[in-house]
Design a protein around this ligand. Sequence first.
Ligand code: ADP
Ligand code: MG
Length: 624
Amino acid sequence: MTEKESRKGGISVSTENIFPVIKKWLYSEKEIFLRELVSNACDAVSKLKRLSSLGEYSPQEEENYRITVKADKDEKTLTVSDNGVGMTSEEVEKYICNIALSGAADFIEKYEGKDSASGIIGHFGLGFYSAFMVADSVEIVTKSYTGAPGTHWRIDDSGEYEILDDACERGRGTDVILHINEEGEEYLDEFKCREVLSKYCSFMPVEIFFEKAQDETDDKKEDADKKPPVPVNDTHPLWLKNPSDCTDEEYNDFYRKVFHDFRQPLFRIHINADYPLNFKGILYFPPIRSEYDTLEGQVKLYYNQVFVADNIKEVIPDYLLLLRGVLDCPELPLNVSRSYLQNSGYVSKISQHITKKVADKLVSLFTNERKSYEGFWEDIKVFARYGAIKDRKFYEKVKSALLLKLTDDSFVNLDEYLEQAKETHKDKVYYTSDKVLQAQYVKMFTDKGIKVVCLSGPLDMQYISFLESDMKITFSRVDSDTAALREEGGQSDDIAGKEAITKLFRDRSGKEDMSVRFEKLGEKAPAAVLNLSESDRRFDDMMKFYSTSRNETTDDPSYSLILNSSSPLITKLCDAASKDAENEKLVSAVKQIWYLSLLAQRRLTADELYCFINDSFSSIENSL
Ligand code: ADP
Ligand code: MG
């Protein structure tokens, strides 16, 4: 047999039907075949660079390392070429035919029968053989840097290989030619191909060019205005640079390019963790204006500049997924199961490191640039509060930088609030969930110099409970108690007409058991306010949250009515009641006071509104 004669052989692997399994298995993520082939090409170039830096290979002239991906629709081929180390014939046999496939066999043995969606991450490990998701046969034309003769192989999806040419002429490097099958046809399309390259290969370390097989007329046109080809990737992504060498502009450009978001990120954290963690990344805080916006967060995970996946929960604490960023973790064992990652010490250390960096950043902004930090607090509060609730360590570190917005639009942290409050309402925080609807109540507090915090939305309520359980403090909504508002002499008991007034209010409101109290709240405070205890209201809110329909009046929670005995109106009312409790004017005043206090508390029902307006008209008429 001469050298040029072709040889045939079979791939030595015991697992039969391996290709159908590969195809079926990876069906949902076919496109990763391109990542695998291009990253192999990158590896081949990196190996050569290493050899040359070790002096084991001396380049002829200045090397121009590159990878090309070429689609040919007519021939139905997709070719990935590189000028890296190349392979000798023995190496093809060893690495492609034996090792690669036995690696695949191991892989399948391990994961066969498990749910493909949750069983593995990113499908690393199949490498070269993922080509068979889109191809029926693959040719490899390669020549090793060692100077051994080039070889030309063909491998088909039954696992058979054939050597087409044992001493083919070509320069150093490798072409992997995929004969695309029906399932893979879309990848011959330039748009699709570029899309996949941009998703997975945007930051690979060797320049990658896309080429389309051109027919002759196209060629002529091209010649006329030939532009130098542009690589599809950026071989030096920003995260690899030293943070002190990066400018704001570079950070912003990078953000815009990677996340296609033209808004400016608020700030960022450049992580550069050395041994033993050895990972790098940039996390951005995007501007977030509502709780729903936050769903757009995206943290891209890379493995040595090769894109793996977005938002891998096992690696990144889930509240960090509200941010945007890139993480390159070359030490991550990606060809393992998700449950392994979840329990891996390395992964949890990465997570902790990120958490610490983020917390440090927030605290340093709070301490050193408080004004601007306050300026974007509204954007980051969802993230920060969610993080605090979810992650004890994060909370402990970031505590001082967690702000509360007051009704006058200024900001305090909890310690500052409690410090100011210690005279009037120790260990208690007054808050409003809606400073317009609760304006009347808010005013009562602010008039007395008591700060009121704005907290609304379901996450804030969760946050309140969290702080309460952590700090032995309570949060009270402005309409839940008047403890901090009472003047010297607090509750007033011996009031003439008290019984009569109480009865009148109970009758008029239709609430027979309503608690009616007289308290000195000061002359400026309203004559009457309705309170609903914090715990009752929370329970009520919860019920509202879970039930769909609800009749407002009959389901009214148990209000207490507080009549302000320092108010001249209440003094007059009591006076009148002690003389004649049946007096018509008195009755209509009670009714109006009731409606007004209700109005400050909640929306009136249709009936209430109707009665209130009509009664008011009549009383105006009577007073003229
Ligand atoms: P892995 O990349 O994880 O080693 P692959 O299945 O992707 O597994 O590749 C198997 C082996 O084939 C590689 O380790 C390498 O030795 C060889 N190989 C694949 N592609 C190339 C290439 N373009 N140039 C040189 N060697 C290659
Ligand atoms: Mg590989």
